[in-house]
Design a protein around this ligand. Structure first.
Ligand SMILES: Cc1cc2nc3c(=O)[nH]c(=O)nc-3n(C[C@H](O)[C@H](O)[C@H](O)COP(=O)(O)O)c2cc1C
Ligand code: SF4
Ligand code: SF4
Length: 277
C-alpha cells in the first residue's frame, strides 16, 4: 500500500504519534509519507491508497486550520481514510469533526484513534495538564491501532476497525460537544485574552510569523496580530524571547468554568485514576 499521513501539530504530540504509526506501516512494507499540514497540498491527499489525518484537539473540536484544509479538498470518492487526535481530558467532537468533513468529500472512514498529549497552554488552570503524555503506553496503543488498520484495509473489511473510537463516526452530544459548538473562533476571541507583545524583548526573528497557523502575524517592523487569531497561543508559548504575554485574570476563570477537572471526569474522557497534573 501507499500510505500518506498528514498531521497538524504545534508542540509535537500529534507529530510523534504520526511518526509512531508511520514506523508501523513502513515495517509492514508499505510506502509511507508523513506530511506536516504546513507543507501539505490537496495533491498529497489525492495520491496513495490509504490516508491518515491527525490533529490536536482545541476547544473540544478540530482546530480551524485543519478543518479549512479538509474543506478545500477535491472529491475523494471511496478513498480509505483514518483519523486520529491527541488531546487533554475533554476531546469533545475532535474525531467526528475530521470524519464528517472527510465524509462530505466521499471517503470511507476506516478508523478513529484518540490519545493524550501534554498541554502547553498559558491559562494557569490548564498549564502542564497530562504531563509526559503521550507516554510509552500511548505509543504502544498507537502501534496496535496502526497494525489493526493495516489488517483491516488489506483484508478489504468494511466499516470501522474494531480498535476505533465509536465517537469518530457518531457525535455524542455530551457536555463538551455543546461547549465545542459555542466555542467558535469569534467567541474565543471575545472570551480569551489576546497575546500582547513586549517589543523590548522581541528580536524580530520571525519565528511567530512562520508558526502562526492562521498566518495572522505580520512584522511591521515588530509582530502585529491581525483579526484571524484562534487563540492557540503558539506565538506566546513558543517565542524564544518570551516576548508575548496575556492577561489571564478573566480568561482563566472562563476556561476553568468549562474545563475544570470535575467536569472532565464527569463529562469528558478521563479514565478512573488517570493523572491530570
Ligand atoms: C489552544 C489549545 C486548546 C486546547 N483545547 C483542548 C480541549 O478543549 N480539550 C482537550 O482535551 N485538550 C485541549 N488541548 C490540549 C491539546 O489537544 C493537546 O495538548 C495536544 O496533544 C497538543 O498537540 P500537539 O503537541 O500536536 O500540538 C488544547 C491545547 C491548546 C494549545
Ligand atoms: S518569535 Fe518572539 S522574538 Fe521572534 S519575532 Fe516573534 S515575538 Fe519577536
Ligand atoms: S496570533 Fe498567536 S494565538 Fe493567534 S492564531 Fe496566531 S499563533 Fe495562535
Amino acid at each position: 500500500m501507499d500510505v500518506t499521513l498528514i498531521y497538524f501539530s504545534q508542540t509535537g504530540n500529534t507529530r510523534r504519534i504520526t511518526e509512531t504509526m508511520a514506523e508501523v506501516f513502513r515495517k509492514a512494507g508499505h510506502i509511507t509519507r508523513t506530511v506536516s499540514l504546513k507543507k501539505a497540498s490537496p495533491q498529497d491527499v489525492v495520491i496513495g491508497d490509504l490516508l491518515g489525518i491527525g490533529t490536536p484537539c482545541f476547544s473540544s473540536q478540530a482546530p480551524t486550520p485543519i478543518k479549512a484544509f479538509l474543506q478545500s479538498l477535491p472529491p475523494l470518492d471511496n478513498k480509505r481514510v483514518f483519523v486520529f487526535a491527541t488531546s487533554g481530558g475533554a476531546p469533545g467532537r475532535v474525531l467526528y469533526d475530521l470524519a464528517r468533513l472527510l465524509q462530505i468529500k466521499g471517503v470511507d472512514i476506516v478508523g478513529g484513534f484518540l490519545t493524550r498529549g501534554e498541554l502547553h497552554h498559558p491559562a494557569p488552570c490548564l498549564h502542564g495538564r497530562m504531563p509526559n503524555r503521550p507516554n510509552a503506553g500511548d505509543f504502544a496503543q498507537a502501534r496496535r491501532f496502526a497494525t489493526a488498520v493495516i489488517e483491516h484495509v488489506s483484508a478489504g473489511r468494511p466499516g470501522l476497525v474494531a480498535e476505533s473510537r465509536p465517537d469518530a463516526l457518531k457525535p455524542r452530544w455530551g457536555f463538551y460537544d455543546l461547549v465545542a459548538s459555542i466555542s467558535t473562533d469569534g467567541f474565543l476571541r471575545l472570551m480569551l485574552p489576546e497575546p500582547k507583545l513586549d517589543p523590548t524583548r522581541c528580536n524580530q526573528c520571525k519565528w511567530c510569523v512562520y508558526e502562526c497557523p492562521m498566518h495572522n502575524i505580520t512584522l511591521q517592523p515588530y509582530p502585529s496580530l491581525g483579526d484571524q487569531c484562534i487563540r492557540c497561543y503558539r506565538c506566546l508559548t513558543g517565542c524564544p524571547q518570551q516576548a508575548f504575554d496575556a492577561n489571564w485574570r478573566l480568561g482563566n476563570l472562563a476556561v476553568w468554568a468549562f474545563y475544570n477537572t470535575t467536569f472532565e471526569r464527569w463529562f469528558g474522557d478521563l479514565r478512573p485514576g488517570e493523572r491530570i497534573y
